[in-house]
Ligand binder design. Structure first.
Ligand SMILES: CCCCC/C=C\C/C=C\C=C\CC(=O)SCCNC(=O)CCNC(=O)[C@H](O)C(C)(C)COP(=O)(O)OP(=O)(O)OC[C@H]1O[C@@H](n2cnc3c(N)ncnc32)[C@H](O)[C@@H]1OP(=O)(O)O
Length: 311
């Protein structure tokens, strides 16, 4: 996979080529196989297929049609260009498999779901690098938010900024009920601004007032607070998280696919279309923003603060 990743990264990045997400997704794609009766995945005698790359483990239960994508990029599952590329390859494989109807995103790293965008990718790099990186961030969001599959985030650790965006892009969020785990779009704390599509996704989950306050203050919400403001849908003990996520997906999959998919598309289309229509402009905005000396200084200070906290 290591050899494949840079090739795909270039494919995502090259403006002349069709981006991966130009394939129709939740809007205008044929329904997946008919749902049949709701079935508890754990009761099925089924075959499990697994594949993995360097940073993501994927397991597909062919009986239930539910896959688990486990993020495994130590130390903190930061969303680097390589990670995002491998993530999109894995998700595309599942999208193309008509037997797969639902995905659980979770982490293989104890206490961390994802630490968000890899800050080192945004520090002192070339314009070309920033363009490639930001296109990959967009691609991840377009794929998850626009997925035809039922998507559930099983949040088994802290999940700031880009990690929170991944969870927000799913259909349902279940978090481990550990008050030490936090989640939120904390960009303001780093001296940066959440882009409009992060904000739109957040508003669609928690509503305008809660989103505005949380974004302006760069809040990281503890798990109980995240439940209270509707940022996550439920809390469960950590050991029950994966079973609960599978049970929720089975429940959603009990409905006819076409009705659920068209409804999802209707709810999300405006927000998705907005980025699709302004993708290049959004990349240019990111580059102008991130190359400002004041922003580079803020990011540098934030990284120093992380290191000091450790030592
Ligand atoms: C008006 C126009 C606007 C246009 C704007 C366009 C774009 C805006 C731009 C960007 C948007 C960005 C969104 C983001 O996602 S930014 C990333 C935000 N992430 C964070 O704030 C998380 C920071 N990390 C933490 O809080 C902790 O690390 C964490 C709670 C995740 C884990 O704590 P723990 O104590 O277990 O581990 P640490 O010792 O802190 O970390 C280990 C190791 O990992 C490094 N690291 C942590 N997070 C990141 C990261 N996100 N990227 C890169 N590296 C990270 C950390 O520095 C340690 O490294 P080392 O010291 O071991 O070398």
């Amino acid at each position: 996979m290591a050899a494949v990743a840079p090739t795909l990264a270039r494919r995502i990045a090259r403006p002349g080529m069709l981006p991966l997400c130009s394939r129709p997704q939740a809007w205008g794609r044929a329904a997946r196989q008919s749902p049949g009766l709701p079935r508890a995945p754990s009761l099925l005698l089924t075959q499990r297929r697994a594949f993995s790359n360097n940073k993501i483990l994927v397991e597909l239960d062919e009986g239930s049609g539910i896959a688990t994508m486990k993020l495994k990029s130590p130390p903190v599952n930061s969303l680097s260009l390589d990670f995002l590329t491998e993530f999109c390859i894995s998700l595309e494989k599942l999208e193309n498999n008509r037997g797969c109807r639902g995905v659980i995103f979770t982490s293989a790293i104890p206490k961390i779901f994802s630490s968000g965008l890899d800050i080192t990718e945004m520090c002192r790099k070339s314009t070309e690098h920033y363009a490639e990186f930001w296109r990959a961030v967009q691609e991840m969001w377009l794929r998850v938010y626009g997925s035809n599959m039922v998507t559930v985030a099983a949040i088994n650790g802290s999940s700031p900024a880009g990690g929170c965006l991944l969870a927000l892009s799913c259909d349902y969020r279940i978090m481990a009920e550990n008050p030490k785990f936090s989640i939120g779009l904390n960009e303001a704390q780093l001296g940066i601004v959440a882009p409009f599509w992060f904000k739109d996704t957040f508003v669609n989950v928690v509503g305008h007032r809660v989103a505005e306050r949380s974004l302006q203050l760069g809040c990281l919400h503890s798990a109980p607070e995240a439940l209270r403001i509707g940022l996550v849908d439920e809390l469960v003990p950590e050991e029950k998280l994966q079973d609960k996520a599978a049970a929720v997906i089975a429940q959603w999959l009990a409905l006819p696919d076409h009705a659920r998919q068209l409804t999802k598309s209707m709810m999300r289309k405006l927000v998705l279309d907005r980025l699709v229509a302004h993708r290049e402009e959004d990349i240019q905005n990111f580059i102008s923003f991130i190359t400002k000396e004041s922003i580079q200084k803020s990011l540098h200070m934030y990284m120093e603060m992380l290191k000091k906290k450790k030592g």
